[in-house]
Design a protein around this ligand. Structure first.
Ligand SMILES: [Fe+2]
Length: 153
């Protein structure tokens, strides 16, 4: 088996057009702009094409988001983010993502650490990390015969 070094030698420009939309859940995709399994941080574009409740989750670490398209909110908060909005999610926040409006949602999320996905009982059903994102990306590339881009930093 050939091992591919996905680590950029230094600074790196990534053109999202060159990255596939990797399926994440029903109606949810991501493009991995930067994945750092060592630090546990990552930055990705998230696209959601369905409306309504997408997921309930907890952030043990902060999150920063910049909305590019569409609008979304959290059931637990009284604001709605739209194109151009910047959102900061502090460590410990637990919230339920809901998409609204006509346009599909595209948002850049920069994660400072793992996400705990929760069921209605508040139990953890899945833990997303930079490594699980990388695994999804590499698996998608392998199944579609795509050469992975060097997005690990
Ligand atoms: Fe969140």
């Amino acid at each position: 088996m050939t091992t591919v070094d996905l680590t950029p030698m230094g600074d790196q420009l990534v053109d999202p057009v060159d990255l596939p939309w990797v399926p994440q859940a029903e109606g949810v995709w991501f493009k991995p702009l930067r994945l750092s399994p060592v630090s546990g941080t990552w930055t990705n574009l998230l696209k959601v094409t369905r409306r309504g409740v997408i997921s309930r989750h907890r952030h043990p670490f902060p999150v920063e988001a910049w909305v590019l398209q569409g609008s979304w909110r959290y059931l637990e908060h009284d604001w709605t983010a739209g194109p151009g909005s910047y959102v900061y999610e502090p460590a410990g926040d637990v919230h339920t993502l809901v998409t609204e409006g006509e346009d599909e949602m595209v948002t850049l999320f920069s994660m400072h650490g793992r996400i705990d996905y929760l069921n209605d009982a508040g139990e953890v059903t899945f833990i997303e990390t930079a490594q699980t994102k990388l695994d999804k990306y590499l698996d998608y590339c392998a199944r579609h015969r795509l050469a992975p881009l060097p997005v690990v930093a």
